[in-house]
Design a protein around this ligand. Structure first.
Ligand SMILES: [Cu+2]
Length: 430
């Protein structure tokens, strides 16, 4: 009997760590990493804030480089919103992953400021730590009680009072049973919010937050071909008009910005920097004059994804109208001429080992020839395990016509963009 109890105790000890699962929260998950893509001084980086288990304690902060622009020194400043306490550090982005540690003293809202190449980004996030649930107390409490009663039982047994010893052993068994049940059930039991979590959203917020009005401007107002300019996206709440500053990281970014020229020869998929509450900015350079369209994808907390698109003009010498570059064989569509409204498969053979980027193996960006329609499709194979056929995208083009498409993936050498065009036929053509 006692040997059997010891076995159960041993099993409980083995099961315990598995029971202490991470609690989910918006934007950050306790014990998990926050990953936010940022385009900094022409480099495509992903800022990583490692999940932490202990506060006060060190917070690991790093940058992973997907498209390098040489070595890029970054000054870091971490500020607690609650008490204003600030710590500073340094990182140099470059090939590979670079990490440093900054000490955090409190849980709750923080701001991480990054300064590099004359640009500044302020990333808001929350430091969350699991509070330890009441169920864990039950586990430890049950085991502790069992231990005490068991020792009592052994001593009583040694003093040859078998009746009382049996009673105490039964008590120990009850304690172990409670602990074991909680260990088994714990992943399914309710836990409180982690320490540092945002106040629970109101019912109204949970039903979805108001639509965002995007105001897109360029600085200068009319950029010149070949010169750097800033694309600014101001996000305003559709009902109050105040800045929208509750973007949640989706596909590893606060916002995904795609800029294409009217003819599709210019294509950039970049990750804007948050420069002020509700304000996103990205530096760009367009080499030819003409009309351009910027598509910005983002997601508010407790709300679905949203797309804001806006046109702007780049001045200078008028460029001769061109057509999107088509690399035959780089992308294969099945069927060769997709039918509107029916799923088609697009296969892209990568040039090297694929490295997951923005949380997945590949991205496909699709635009109608006139730019009015914009779609973003994801490769569905598990990260890091791309099939022999290469990257596979499944997509149903909405209407017949000509589409411009760009497949993107990352290798250790950088981000590869494969531009191609797709002619889509109408249902009746079959
Ligand atoms: Cu993106």
């Amino acid at each position: 009997m006692i040997r059997a109890l010891c076995l159960v105790l041993g099993l409980s000890a083995v099961l315990l760590p598995a029971g202490a699962g991470p609690a989910a929260a918006h934007n950050v998950v306790v014990g998990a990493d926050l990953r936010i893509a940022q385009t900094f001084a022409g480099a495509e980086l992903t800022l990583v804030i490692k999940g932490t288990e202990q506060v006060p304690g060190p917070l690991r902060i790093g940058v992973e480089t997907y498209q390098a622009a040489g070595e890029l020194p970054i000054a870091l400043e971490l500020r607690s919103v609650a008490d204003g306490r600030t710590v500073t550090g340094r990182l140099t982005a470059g090939p590979g992953d670079r990490y440093t540690r900054l000490r955090v003293e409190t849980t709750g809202p923080h701001e991480l400021t990054l300064r590099a190449g004359g640009e500044v980004a302020v990333v808001p996030f929350r430091v969350l730590v699991d509070r330890g649930s009441m169920w864990e107390l039950l586990i430890y409490g049950g085991l502790f009680a069992a231990g005490v009663v068991l020792v009592g039982g052994l001593l009583t047994g040694a003093l040859s009072r078998p009746g009382r010893a049996a009673l105490l052993v039964a008590g120990a068994a009850a304690g172990v049973t409670v602990a074991a049940m909680v260990v088994i059930l714990e992943p399914r039991l309710p836990t409180g919010p982690p320490d540092g979590a945002a106040p629970t959203a109101t019912d109204q917020q949970q039903a979805g937050r108001p639509y965002v009005q995007g105001r897109v401007t360029t600085l200068p107002e009319r950029p010149a071909a070949g010169e750097e300019f800033t694309l600014r996206i101001d996000l305003l709440d559709g009902s109050t008009g105040s800045p929208v500053d509750d973007l949640t990281a989706h596909h590893e970014a606060l916002a995904h910005v795609v800029v294409t020229s009217e003819d599709g020869r210019y294509f950039r998929h970049v990750h804007s920097l948050r420069t002020a509450p509700g304000r996103l900015e990205i530096r760009l350079r367009a080499d030819r004059a003409g009309r351009y369209r910027a598509y910005t994808e983002f997601e508010r907390e407790d709300s679905g994804g949203q797309l804001v698109s806006a046109d702007f003009t780049v001045g200078g010498e008028a460029a001769s109208p061109g057509t999107a570059e088509v690399r035959s064989g780089a992308a294969v569509t099945r069927p060769a001429v997709p039918v509107a409204g029916r799923a088609a498969t697009i296969e892209v053979r990568p040039t090297g080992a694929v490295r997951p980027w923005l949380g997945m193996a590949g991205h496909l960006i699709v635009r109608s020839a006139d730019g009015e329609f914009f779609g973003h499709v994801h490769e569905m194979s598990p990260a890091g395990r791309v099939s022999a056929q290469g990257l596979r995208f499944t997509y149903a083009f909405p209407t017949a016509g000509r589409y411009l498409a760009w497949a993107q993936y990352a290798t250790s050498g950088g981000i590869v963009t494969v531009p191609f065009t797709v002619e889509v036929t109408g249902e009746s053509a079959r």
